[in-house]
Ligand binder design. Structure first.
Ligand SMILES: C[S@@+](CC[C@H](N)C(=O)[O-])C[C@H]1O[C@@H](n2cnc3c(N)ncnc32)[C@H](O)[C@@H]1O
Length: 352
């Protein structure tokens, strides 16, 4: 975006010439830019521009949305360099906007639509109060965004798609490392969402079977996903609340991107429920972004902030995981770093 088209650069006036002015203006404009990208992604506007330039009114008619607000969003998208607007007023895709097409290689559509959705965005707006009060998220609503998803299944679907995108990246790391889990052949993927990780585990261990356990609305896309992977016959879908109990009889309990959503007290509850459901010799496979022990900056610190804002959870170091899960009766048996893309580690614990 040319600096003359930055709202904050314009408002800074001569201050902009001081050190850091342009960078700060870009950071502050980022909130609006992110929402504009999220709206385009959610509505599928980039898909409708894939064939060439079109006026906003035509796009609005095809989507069945009100033309006035959509036209204004598209005009702003041209300022942010997501779209281009020609002299006749027709819009086409600029390279960043093209990445939001559903069929773009490595499409970013679900990340923008799912991780910047209204419930998550609302939680970002609470950060000042969270920090000022020291009260992470809303203690009266321990389900947080997940309860919101129950009431708005469309949000749950977009979140699950975005999560599946992240977990597909994780699976590519597991594949590259030829990762094979410790333990037996009955997996219980606790909070397993669409089943992206369970599918990898079932394919990695011959003759294995699994349970995909999650809230009802989170499993909406799982049957089609598992059918397409040819795994429907090897996975049972079970709905429930892991804060109450998890399905019994597993050899390997899987908690992927789960514990970071929760505070320490809830982690003890979830890990304790897995311990009760398992048997001697069962294992617990935890996948999380580990925070560095030292002062070096890490993407983990950004994920940590998201956890603070959304559910009052946190990212943790390996030692913190070991200590917390140890209290619930799990002893660390293996740590597999897969940190080429994000700071992922697979921590495998044995039940005492
Ligand atoms: C961050 S997602 C992780 C999804 C999946 N494990 C992965 O790695 O892609 C967290 C999952 O926990 C599920 N979840 C949240 N609260 C839950 C609860 N109380 N009981 C069962 N599942 C829950 C959500 O529905 C969601 O699918």
């Amino acid at each position: 975006m040319p600096s003359g088209m930055s709202l904050h650069a314009a408002m800074f006036g001569t201050t902009l010439e001081g050190p850091g002015g342009t960078e700060l203006a870009r950071i502050l404009d980022g909130a609006m830019a992110a929402q504009v990208a999220a709206v385009l992604a959610r509505l599928g506007v980039p898909d409708l521009l894939a064939g060439g330039p079109r006026p906003a009114g035509e796009i609005a008619r095809e989507l069945g949305t009100a033309p006035d607000p959509l036209g204004r969003v598209m005009a702003a998208a041209a300022v942010f360099g997501l779209l281009r607007r020609d002299e006749t007023g027709r819009y086409s895709l600029a390279p960043p906007g093209a990445m939001l097409r559903s069929d773009a290689p490595g499409s970013a559509r679900s990340f923008a639509a799912g991780f910047l959705s209204p419930p998550l965005w609302a939680s970002y707006g609470r950060l000042t109060r969270v920090v000022a009060s020291g009260q992470a998220a809303d203690p009266a609503a321990p389900g947080g965004i997940y309860d919101d998803f129950r009431d708005h299944p469309e949000e749950a679907r977009w979140f699950a798609r975005a999560m599946s995108g992240v977990t597909s990246l994780l699976v590519s790391q597991l594949t590259a490392a030829a990762f094979r889990p410790l333990g037996g052949s009955r997996f219980v993927d606790v909070g397993g969402s669409t089943g992206t990780l369970l599918a990898y585990l079932l394919q990695a261990v011959d003759g294995s079977t699994g349970v995909l356990f999650d809230r009802e609305e989170a499993l909406l896309e799982a049957p089609a996903f598992l059918a397409e992977a040819g795994l429907s016959g090897r996975a049972d879908l079970v709905t429930g609340n892991f804060l109450d109990e998890v399905p019994a009889g597993g050899d390997v309990y899987v908690l992927s991107h789960i514990l970071h959503n929760w505070n320490d007290e809830m982690v003890r509850v979830i890990a304790g429920n897995c311990h009760r459901a398992g048997r001697p010799g069962s294992s617990l496979l935890v996948i999380e972004y580990l925070l560095p022990e030292g002062p070096e900056p890490s993407v983990g610190h950004l994920l940590d902030l998201i956890m603070l804002m959304t559910l009052g959870g946190r990212e943790r170091t390996r030692a913190q995981h070991e200590a917390l899960l140890g209290e619930a009766g799990w002893a660390l048996a293996r740590d597999t770093p897969l940190d080429q893309v994000l700071p992922w580690h697979v921590l495998e614990f044995r039940r005492d």
